[in-house]
Design a protein. Sequence first.
Length: 560
Amino acid sequence: MAMKTEFKAESKRLLELMINSIYTQKEIFLRELISNASDAIDKIYYKALTDDSLTFEKDNYYIKVSADKESRTLRVADTGIGMTKEELENNLGVIAKSGSFAFKNENELKDGHDIIGQFGVGFYSAFMVADTVTVLTKALGSDTAYKWESEGADGYTIETVEKDEVGTEIILKIKENTEDENYDEFLEDYRLRSIIKKYSDFIRYPIKMDVKVNAASEDDKEAVDATEVQTVNSMVPIWRKNKSELTDEDYENFYQEKHYGFDKPLKYIHIKVDGTLRYNAILYIPENMPFDYYSKEYEKGLELYSNGVLIMNKCADLLPDYFSFVKGMVDSEDLSLNISREMLQHDRQLKQIAKNIKNKIKSELVKLMKDDREKYQKFYESFGRTLKFGIQSDFGMNKEDLQDLLMFYSSKEKKLVSLDEYVAGMPEEQKYIYYATGESYKRIAKLPQTELVADKGYEILFFTEDIDEFAIKTLMKYKDKEFKSVSSGDLGIEEDADEKAKSEEERSENKELFAAMKEVLGGKVTDVRVSKRLKSHPVCLTAEGEVSIEMEKILQAQGL
Ligand code: ADP
Ligand code: MG
């Protein structure tokens, strides 16, 4: 018996947590094991690019999946790079440690490959369906093979073993069925095939299975079933396929397979461009805000491939900051494989692709706003703030791109409306787009400053975020209509002749009273005036210049 090594304490908990919470569907264990196998083959491919003593004959590399009902075992074998004893200990003994992630990092900037692994948890999903997981592995360039075995949270054993070929074989002892869980299905060939098709169809190496073929005709009683090795996956990457061949599910699976997020994508965009500039891209708008989105750690960017080969994990130049939430990949035939990060920044092709992508994201978002307001609203709740910052940043350079994506709460509609909708609903004599600023919709609704505008029947946009007013100050106007705060001195609402005369009268009558009030307030106000804007409130504050009272508060808080 080999000696048992304990998992570290926190690993135990992590393993349980993971098994019970990260993955909602048991069947994805197969996707994870196959992705690891594909990564292992990619690593040989990568090594062969730089090591002359290695050749990479594509035909020698494959993944094989086979089930045996009698022994309740499922095997996933690969002819990949294998693992040394140290690698077994480091990569399979420490949960959330990814050898593949380290591999990618070490080889960054160079022509890496389509390596999927990065979180170091996928392997353990095998314990969702297996009581025991055995790993037989022989590393490239090593004489010794090892057997790693574990029954889950208790720990693992490692011993030497006989194995001729370089590569790895994962053997799962599939759990017995329970009253409410079926595990037998993972020993059925047709079920395994469909899981492979669903999640791993575009893995670039053949995934082989033994398939029973009835060789004899029906009346031949002596006939024996023969088996034939078949390749189950189509190996064509999803982004090369025609959109008509793909379902929503395919795109969702790709999102998960690529670990773009743990949520479901809110929307996907598949771009195929075939002209002087050729590229394929699949982009996603996530449903939820990534947990680190507003932190410094969050890195924007798209995966960049050159002709199917990954050259960069997060190419930041492909996305403007205001679309930093977009996930996905771009594959272009026209980019050189060994292009460096510095060269990429100046690459004209890449700049053009980035511009196309930006326009496409924008137009798709506008479409979403029109066609599926509920979805758009969900998107806007997560990322609206980013769009507003986008308007304000770079001296308003991007305002044309972003203004149509904005929404604000409307006093009339009692929901978010776009600026376009606001302007469309303006009565002819209304000159400005009115807004009011405050902590919450409720509080704004009670502001005395809103009374006259509301009384006129004009819609008021409620601004509750710090950034709101800064953003529209950058916009200045929308469709030739200027923005106006309800607390600004001149609301642009005309008084008729009668009213004018009346105010004039009040003004001169109360001249001394106002002067006295101003005196008492001692420089805290610039003037005290008669106002037409009040209906039920006796008094309110208004701002004279460009800066509203709310904005002044923010500027003061920032020490400006
Ligand atoms: P990830 O794939 O995100 O890195 P996993 O838990 O799936 O995390 O795998 C952990 C690590 O174990 C991998 O990064 C890799 O170094 C190693 N590994 C897993 N399966 C294989 C395999 N079939 N061949 C070689 N190495 C493997
Ligand atoms: Mg993995």
